[in-house]
Design a protein around this ligand. Structure first.
Ligand SMILES: NC(=O)c1ccc[n+]([C@@H]2O[C@H](COP(=O)([O-])OP(=O)(O)OC[C@H]3O[C@@H](n4cnc5c(N)ncnc54)[C@H](O)[C@@H]3O)[C@@H](O)[C@H]2O)c1
Length: 319
């Protein structure tokens, strides 16, 4: 396959911010068609990327363009029917996080993917942030991770519930930190959590301590009622600790060193473009490479279902 032909459903904010530009950079990708319900978004995105095959109905687009893969980039409460239909048509599928509103819907999509024998990917981009990937490699070179932390803080004070209340903050957004913990620590054997509402009329803080099956300890710290957006990760193994800010740098301390080894995210990514240093280009590249080579993308829908199940365990394990 010289060129991977991709049909795009959705020309909204996230797709335009990172997915269209990332795919457009790749010489081995071609947009087979574009679809959006909103005519202005459809026209402006199609014009920007020079896509002639324009549709308001995704079924018509896929039947007429017969793509190698489909992207469906839309809010979690809108994506299920679209994704399920694409999977039933045996289309390889890339979707954003969260893959659905809950674990049940995600498992249903994973089952359709399994039945159709197609490749799927859910865009948990933190797993692809170059400086975080590099820090994890360096820590794991020293030994098994024994402790890790994912912290995701935002100031959402005065804001409403996500998508008018269609989905909770933990499932929709703080889920990034939950998925990062699984990526760093593996599957969770046991956990205890605190879920709280601070100065907002819905749950805004989700904190947990967990024991991984490996024996390592994981800490989740998320709160949407605090000073500003700060999203950081810690990874520790015997004699090494990495403190990572995907928007900034990684500081790595070994053997009581006073001065850290500093990895700057834009240098590790080789780019000052947000889509590159925050993992979006790399996740798109991974999916395209898997379509070309026949390899299985990760995280796929089945793996994403485990992250959504962990979200539900956090709600079910409140102390
Ligand atoms: N990974 C990240 O860091 C990150 C950041 C922000 C958002 N997201 C995720 O990206 C996803 C999309 O969010 P967004 O803010 O870009 O949404 P959006 O509302 O801006 O865009 C969605 C687009 O899909 C179109 N659409 C909806 N249903 C359709 C259908 N049946 N057929 C054709 N078009 C349809 C809408 O008209 C809209 O233009 C969400 O799941 C969100 O959680 C991820």
């Amino acid at each position: 396959m010289d060129k991977v032909r991709i049909a795009m459903i959705g020309a909204g904010g996230m797709a335009n911010a990172v997915h269209y530009p990332s795919l457009a950079e790749m010489d081995d990708v071609e947009f087979a068609g574009i679809c959006d319900l909103d005519p202005e978004r459809l026209a402006s995105t199609a014009d920007r990327y020079g896509i002639d095959a324009r549709f308001s109905d995704y079924r018509t687009m896929i039947e007429q363009t017969a793509p190698d893969a489909v992207y469906a980039i839309m809010p979690p409460h809108h994506v299920f029917d679209v994704a399920a239909w694409c999977l039933q048509q045996k289309q390889n599928l890339f979707i954003e996080k969260p893959p659905a509103v809950n674990a049940f819907q995600t498992r249903s999509l994973a089952a359709w993917a399994e039945q159709s024998g197609v490749k799927t990917m859910v865009a948990f981009n933190r797993r692809f942030i170059p400086v975080l990937v590099r820090a994890k490699e360096l820590v794991c070179q020293r030994g098994e991770i024994i402790q890790c932390q994912a912290s995701f803080l935002k100031n959402h004070l005065g804001g409403g519930p996500y998508y008018g209340g269609a989905i909770d903050i933990l499932s929709c957004d703080a889920v990034h930190a939950v998925d990062a913990l699984r990526w760093m620590g593996g599957e969770v054997a046991a956990l205890a959590s605190v879920v709280a509402s601070y100065h907002l009329p819905f749950a805004s803080a989700f904190n947990a301590v967990m024991r991984f099956e490996s024996g390592a300890t994981g800490v989740l710290q998320t709160n949407w009622s605090v000073g500003k957006r700060v999203h950081t990760f810690e990874l520790h193994a015997a004699g090494i600790s990495a403190f990572v800010d995907g928007n900034g740098d990684a500081r790595i301390y070994t053997d009581n060193s006073e001065e850290p080894r500093v990895l700057v995210n834009t240098e590790v990514a080789g780019s000052t473009e947000f889509a590159h240093y925050y993992g979006y280009f790399a996740e798109n590249r991974h999916f395209v490479d898997c379509i070309k080579s026949g390899r299985h993308p990760m995280p796929d829908l089945a793996d994403a279902a485990k992250t959504m199940e962990l979200v539900e365990r956090i709600y079910a394990s409140v102390i």
